[in-house]
Design a protein around this ligand. Structure first.
Ligand code: HEM
Length: 157
């Protein structure tokens, strides 16, 4: 993929390869319920997420043009669930993220680290639209919870 400008908003990442200690309440009482509200009714949440991502990064949008988006929506639903589960120390989620890191690495899809803040920002904008109960605190919780899994993906580039 071509070089891109860094995103204005960056995601805080953790240096350790272990998930940072996250208050379990942030995961169970804030982020999981928010994610459930986002995808409660249909897969529109994921369609909108990919639409946003494709608008921000046209070369990524082009890559997805050939993809079966119904299937992709299901895969990304699981991927996001794995990011959340990894923050709570789930070793199956960690194994799956390591596989995804490989598939996205320079020897695979070639998703360079600077793409990830765009991915996260697109996800957060979509979350704010689809979760009727979301506040700034909800978004802060999401970003904190996803950060260690994102860092694992980036470290595998
Ligand atoms: C932590 C963040 C991410 C997660 C959890 C994630 C998850 C996934 C999953 C589950 C797939 C399905 C294929 C597979 O299982 O290997 C996939 C494919 C893909 N992802 Fe990601 N992804 C992430 C970040 C990104 C970023 C930042 C980009 C680029 C901006 C990206 C671009 C793609 C592309 C182009 C495909 C291939 C679609 C295809 O050709 O089938 N992903 N991703």
């Amino acid at each position: 993929m071509s070089q891109i400008e860094p995103a204005k908003q960056t995601t805080k990442v953790f240096k350790s390869d272990q998930p940072a200690l996250i208050d379990p309440a942030l995961i169970e009482d804030v982020v999981r319920p928010s994610f459930n509200r986002c995808c409660a009714d249909s897969s529109e949440f994921f369609d909108d997420f990919y639409f946003r991502l494709g608008n921000r990064l046209p070369d990524v949008g082009a890559l997805f043009a050939q993809v079966d988006m119904e299937k992709q929506n299901e895969l990304i639903r699981e991927g996001i669930a794995d990011l959340i589960a990894y923050a709570s120390g789930d070793s199956n989620a960690e194994a799956e993220l390591r596989r995804l890191a490989k598939s996205h690495s320079r020897s695979g899809l070639g998703v360079a680290p600077e793409y990830y803040p765009h991915w996260i920002d697109s996800l957060m904008k979509t979350m704010r639209e689809y979760d009727p109960d979301a506040t700034d605190d909800t978004e802060v919780a999401w970003r904190r919870v996803l950060a260690s899994g994102i860092e694992l993906m980036i470290a595998g580039y």
